[in-house]
Design a protein around this ligand. Structure first.
Ligand SMILES: *Cc1c(COP(=O)(O)O)cnc(C)c1O
Length: 455
């Protein structure tokens, strides 16, 4: 084959028409989600008050290997997919590495992130079931934006609880969501019981994803015809995000390539779980030996310093309990700039795989991450989201290792989105006012001490 192009797009016809469910190939399943009242594994029916039926089914289905993507969802996917696989020639040159670096770019839609891939599916199934409204939370704003887009497309009213620090830092996010007709509420708020309680205990809190989730769930279960949807962590979200990995796999195959290392940032684990899905399948089934690296912020180190334990998915303890790497649902991370990675827990699927030694994890401080982001922007010309920049930093470090050893490895990383709404963070980096907060063991202990006891 002649030289590999900078940007490689699958054709519309080559876009996958099925999602891949990694659980079907896992040797051991993630631990079951528990009903917090009975401590018994939840049934699909018990999920119906929270999720719409098809999504509750996808959440619990660990057997169906490939799931057909409904035509209505494919129609909206085609507006912005397939997404490009980009060869980072300029970054390779800048680093002087023999490694080949590829990235799958998910920032080519208005939400500016991969989150639209699952938002469309979740809005579609809700509409199909005849539900009349949805609620959700958003941290950095990408999920809220993505879901607003999807809900506008399928004509479903939406309320978004937006983590307060992000609401204040990113006023234009709200305007975008309003353009798509969403009702945006800063969280914690006085519109829910759990919000009022959190405010009473901690009036100056800048909020957290965990507490915004509690508010959105409460609103959903107390409103007729309303359901809650979540943009990460859940099995169903990883399923929808597998489109990223399937496209990447197919594109690389057409280019005669296969990655030696796959790197992705990890907040709740959805982009990483989606990107790695087919490669992890090959690793589990013994077809290929690929290294998989999760990158997280040092300020919210769920994998690298968390505990593998049952925990609530939210601060208000209204959600079911999942076994995952967690910092404790009472852990409120510092107001670092990668809002999309400020979550105390981690996908149960990825937690299980990490626990069983199928993947590695590293944590970076945010100034190091912005250094990588700036370098990347200057040579590749894409302004990356702070979240995505964790993966950039991880990929750069892998490429620099290759420079030392002289190995020409093939590195694939997920560039999950763009950072146009994160200019406060970029300014802080340029002004030298950005700080690196790393929780002490004592800070973490407080979160661990509040873990529920499940015996
Ligand atoms: C939300 C978000 C993430 C992190 O979420 P995951 O569920 O871990 O993928 C990463 N990058 C961007 C751009 C995001 O919006």
């Amino acid at each position: 084959m002649s030289k590999i192009p900078y940007r490689f797009y699958l054709t519309e016809d080559q876009m996958p028409t099925q999602w891949y469910n990694l659980r079907a190939d896992m040797k051991e399943q993630p631990a079951p989600v528990l009903n917090p009242a009975t401590l018994k594994p939840l049934t699909e029916e018990e999920l119906y008050p929270i999720f719409c039926k098809e999504l509750a089914h996808q959440e619990m289905d660990s057997e169906t290997r490939y799931v057909d993507i409904p035509e209505e969802i494919l129609e909206m996917y085609r507006i912005y997919r397939p997404s490009p696989l980009i060869r980072a020639y300029n970054l390779e040159k800048e680093l002087g590495t023999p490694a080949k670096i590829y990235y799958k770019f998910e920032g080519n839609n208005t939400s500016g992130s991969h989150k639209l891939n699952s938002a469309i599916a979740q809005a579609y199934y809700a509409k199909k079931q005849g539900l009349t409204s949805l609620t959700t939370e958003t941290g950095a704003g990408q999920w809220g934006t993505a879901l607003s887009e999807a809900c506008a497309y399928f004509n479903l009213p939406l309320t978004v609880y937006m983590v307060k620090c992000s609401y204040l830092q990113k006023p234009y996010r709200k305007a975008v969501m309003q353009t798509f007709n969403a009702n945006v509420v800063p969280s914690p708020s006085d519109t829910t019981e759990v919000g009022r309680k959190i405010l009473a205990d901690n009036p100056d809190t800048t909020g957290s994803l965990g507490c915004a989730i509690s508010e959105a769930v409460e609103k959903a279960v107390t409103t007729e015809g309303c359901r809650y949807v979540l943009g990460s962590v859940l099995n169903q979200v990883l399923l929808h995000q597998s489109i990223i990995g399937l496209e990447a796999e197919k594109a690389m195959e057409l280019l005669g390539e296969y990655p030696d290392v796959v790197v992705g940032c990890a907040g709740g684990g959805s982009n990483l779980g989606g990107l790695i899905a087919p490669f992890m399948r090959d690793k589990i089934t013994g077809k290929k030996d690929v290294r998989i690296v999760a990158v997280e912020p040092a300020s919210c180190p769920s994998f690298t310093r968390g505990k593998y334990a049952y925990d609530f998915c939210d601060t208000g303890k209204v959600t079911p309990m999942a076994k995952m790497y967690t910092l404790g649902s009472s852990f409120i991370p510092s107001a670092n700039h990668a809002g999309g990675l400020r979550y105390h827990g981690m996908s149960p699927i990825l937690s299980k795989l990490y626990h069983d030694g199928y993947m590695e994890a590293v944590a970076y401080e945010q100034t190091k991450v912005f250094e990588a982001a700036t370098l990347f922007a200057r040579v590749e010309t894409i302004l990356p989201a702070p979240e995505s920049s964790h993966a950039i930093k991880g990929a750069i470090d892998e490429a620099l290792k290759c420079k030392e050893t002289g190995e020409a490895k093939t590195i694939l990383f997920g560039l999950t989105g763009t950072g146009y709404f994160d200019m406060t963070a970029y300014s802080a980096y340029h002004d030298g006012t950005m700080t690196d907060y790393i929780p002490t063991d004592e800070d973490l202990k407080k979160g661990f001490d509040n873990l529920p006891v499940v015996e």
